[in-house]
Design a protein around this ligand. Structure first.
Ligand SMILES: N[C@@H](CCC(=O)N[C@@H](CS)C(=O)NCC(=O)O)C(=O)O
Length: 212
């Protein structure tokens, strides 16, 4: 029997919630380790040898260490091929990777500043949110939200009839939409889809995950 894979997370991290939810859906057996971002544990030399970026999540499978959420999701999905989260069909798989790449390049960067300015700054006592900065990012967010809303027009999920890794990854940052006063309600398809992903059992499990 090999050792369990270990996932280093912080429970408040949207990327970690996505990884945990996917692992739960796939019934991947994981040893969950909590990295305390608030005390700066992710900048300790020991953690930096795992991820020199000082970010979570990080997956360790034996002597293989993997960081970047998309890569972790892809790895978990590939370990357990008999499901739809990462389709085997070349084009369907490329579609899932396309949306995750778009999430990294456009969606997350348009949401993250709102979460940082309006949620984390007050939480960490870093002063008032820079609303001018957010106003300059708002058009980028509107554009990305409209694009996603259009992609979600037909029934089902982002990449068709089945839930995929892309649904978890793109639903991650919006888990803080309310707390960051990001108004996604005008985007009806997007809102409906988010409500659905956020209501999944594995999502609730991931949100409630307590470290060992
Ligand atoms: N591109 C990275 C981003 C990871 C990331 O930003 N992680 C956040 C939590 S969601 C973190 O570790 N923040 C700690 C910090 O910024 O100091 C990924 O997708 O894994």
């Amino acid at each position: 029997m090999g050792c369990l894979m270990r996932l280093f997370i912080h429970p408040a991290s949207p990327n970690c919630v996505a990884a945990l939810a996917v692992a739960r859906r796939l019934r991947s057996e994981l040893d969950i380790r909590h990295v305390d971002l608030f005390s700066g544990e992710h900048r300790n030399p020991e953690f930096l040898t795992l991820n020199p970026n000082g970010l979570v999540p990080v997956l360790r499978d034996g002597d293989f260490v993997l960081w970047e959420t998309v890569a972790i999701l892809e790895y978990l999905g590939s370990l357990e091929p008999t499901h739809f989260l990462l389709p085997i069909d070349l084009r369907q798989r490329a579609d899932v990777l396309r949306w995750m790449a778009w999430g990294l390049a456009h969606w997350n960067p348009s949401l993250q500043p709102f979460i940082f300015e309006r949620m984390f700054k007050p939480m960490k006592g870093l002063g008032a949110s820079d609303e001018q900065r957010l106003a300059s990012i708002q058009p980028k967010l509107d554009q990305a939200a409209a694009l996603l809303d259009t992609a979600l027009e037909r029934p089902g999920y982002l990449c068709g009839d089945h839930l995929t890794l892309a649904d978890y990854f793109l639903a991650a940052y919006p888990m803080y939409a309310l707390k960051s006063r990001i108004n996604l309600t005008p985007y009806e398809n997007l809102s409906r889809w988010l409500d659905h992903i956020h209501s999944l059992e594995e999502w609730h499990f991931a949100i409630g995950e307590k470290a060992n």
